[in-house]
Ligand binder design. Structure first.
Ligand SMILES: C[S@@+](CC[C@H](N)C(=O)[O-])C[C@H]1O[C@@H](n2cnc3c(N)ncnc32)[C@H](O)[C@@H]1O
Length: 209
């Protein structure tokens, strides 16, 4: 089941830690290593603990990786940056998906993991609008998380996870692939890959040429 109970809060000397992020960063990196081979700059939305940011920046030294999140996550992200950042991992920045235009423009790619099912549908719309603006021209959007297809969950455990999410926040929930794909299309992005990932997740790659 995707992450929800695996989060360890940070302390003054240790950044917060997510076991799920630790588990999925490798399989995601294996695909981004290929998909981001020609990418020079990435903006990560909803970086959380920053574990993906550090892993991807180390794995992809040819590009710069900019982590971002809401203000409450910036102290932990900044602490991880101070302790672990390779030179191509830029300072974490405050970025709320809802606040347009986003403070970063001219990136080649936007990446977000485990975010679209946490936020409300208007914020999912705002995500694609923001990503479409942050990527100057041609570029890539990569999104990791659980999705439904044809109105169906891919597994019973994802249906349970969706019920858990909606009980916690009525505006949250696993999104329909077709609906997010339409939002991507409104920004000129076409689906390039849909990868089955461990723990019933997908890694979706859209490109604008
Ligand atoms: C489940 S966590 C995922 C964190 C990380 N990407 C990962 O996979 O471990 C969801 C993240 O979405 C962020 N988030 C929620 N609402 C947001 C918003 N309006 N703008 C930006 N980030 C937001 C949260 O702060 C949190 O870091």
């Amino acid at each position: 089941m995707p992450q929800n109970t695996d989060h360890m809060p940070g302390t003054e000397s240790a950044p917060p830690f997510s076991q799920a992020a630790e588990n999925n960063k490798g399989p995601i990196g294996d695909i981004l290593h290929h998909e981001f081979r020609n990418v020079k700059s990435v903006l990560e939305i909803a970086s959380g603990t920053g574990q993906h940011a550090v892993h991807m920046a180390r794995l992809l030294p040819h590009l710069s990786w900019r982590p971002s999140d809401l203000s409450e996550n910036l102290p932990g992200l900044t602490l991880r940056h101070t302790q672990e950042a390779p030179p191509n991992l830029l300072e974490p920045m405050l970025l709320d998906i809802a606040d347009h235009p986003w403070p970063v423009t001219q990136v080649d790619a936007v990446y977000a993991a485990n975010c679209l099912h946490i936020v409300s549908w208007p914020l999912v719309e705002a995500f694609f609008k923001g990503a479409g603006g942050a990527i100057a021209d041609a570029g890539t959007i990569a999104v990791y998380g659980p999705f439904r297809y044809g109105g169906n969950f891919t597994t019973p455990s994802n249906a349970e996870f969706d019920a858990f999410l909606r009980a916690r926040d009525a505006a949250a929930g696993i999104r329909d692939f077709e609906a997010v794909n339409e939002l991507a299309a409104t920004q000129g992005f076409q689906i390039a890959r849909d990868c089955d990932m461990p723990a019933n997740n997908q890694l979706l790659i859209w490109r604008r040429r």
